[in-house]
Design a binder for this molecule. Structure first.
Ligand code: BV8
Ligand code: ZN
Length: 243
């Protein structure tokens, strides 16, 4: 069956790139971006993750990020996060590129991680640029938070729509994509660029493309193996008796 086939293929690749999206954290209780549970107080997440929304109403955007911080701090990694950490231990050359900002891969023990869209627990000062990392929830009355150094507005240190990704991060993931033997795409609708272009690069270079997702995506069309299912459940089955 497909999972056995995927397991056999994956366990014998020498270099694996894993690309994850919000679907990998869904079984930890974190709402996805575009799924039915992706809404927040009837706002469309993609309308809030923009510099324009932040400029117009920083308090509202911060309430959304603070609400997500609370969800994440009460969440545990699931079998998909742990399964990906296990793959990193088994496969000689491994890189995890995640679109998620929830830090759950790091909590699960993954080491070689590139966070394509930043991290929800990091703040960046819009005035002096000071970066801080703290796994905490702000008090409502603190929102929107100000910089302790210069008093300017702090923003979540994430990549919003219309903002460029960190050049170093992009070049590192593309360099790996161009030489790895396979990419495993897990829990992403594969509509956000440039992250969604990664599997196409791997394919173009003759690499194998594998997908685990609850629904078909644009990547399914180029996937050598595409498993329709929940990431946590699939990893539970796939990683059985891998020691
Ligand atoms: C840039 C912020 C240029 C952090 C995010 C028209 C065409 C093509 C591209 C564009 C276009 N118009 C504009 C663009 C560019 C735009 C883009 O791609 N837009 C798309 C939507 C059309 N991209 C950008 O703006 C990027 N920047 O291009 O800059 C530039 C260059 C130089 C100078 C200036 C500018 C920036 C992109 C990053 C945006 N920020 N988030 C945060 O708050 O999280 S993206 C946001 O979407 C999240 O980060 C999220 O990770 C990401 C992708 O979503 P998914 O992770 O895939 O989540 P989604 O809910 O969509 O899907 C979940 C999937 O899981 C579903 O398929 C579901 O079925 C499945 N699932 C659910 N449960 C499970 C499951 N699968 C398995 N198991 C389960 N249990
Ligand atoms: Zn400052």
């Amino acid at each position: 069956m497909e999972i056995e086939k995927l397991k056999k293929e994956i366990l014998c690749v020498d270099s694996l790139l894993v690309l994850t999206g919000a679907g990998v954290s869904q079984e930890s209780g974190i709402p996805t971006f575009r799924g039915k549970d992706g809404l927040w107080k009837n706002y469309d997440a993609t309308q809030l993750a923009t510099p324009h929304a932040f400029e117009r109403d920083p308090k509202l955007v911060w309430e959304w990020y603070n609400w997500r911080r609370g969800k994440i701090l009460n969440a545990e990694p699931n079998s998909a996060h742990y399964g990906i950490k296990k793959l990193e231990e088994i496969i000689p050359e491994f890189l995890l590129a995640t679109q998620n900002v929830d830090d759950l891969h790091r909590t699960a023990g993954s080491k070689n991680i590139l966070e394509l869209h930043g991290n929800i627990f990091r703040t960046r000062c819009t005035g002096c640029g000071k970066i801080e990392f703290e796994k905490k929830i702000f008090d409502e009355e603190e929102l929107p938070p100000g910089c302790k150094e210069c008093g300017s507005l702090l923003r979540p240190d994430v990549v919003w729509f219309g903002e460029p990704l960190d050049q170093l991060v992009i070049s590192k993931v593309m360099e790996f994509a161009l030489k790895c033997s396979a990419v495993l795409v897990v829990g992403t609708s594969a509509v956000v660029y440039p992250a969604a272009s990664i599997p196409y690069y791997v394919k173009e270079k003759g690499g194998r493309v594998f997908e685990i997702n609850m629904e078909p995506t644009p990547v399914s069309g180029i996937a050598d193996i595409s498993i329709l299912g929940r990431a946590g459940e699939t990893f539970e089955k796939m990683m059985q008796d891998t020691g």
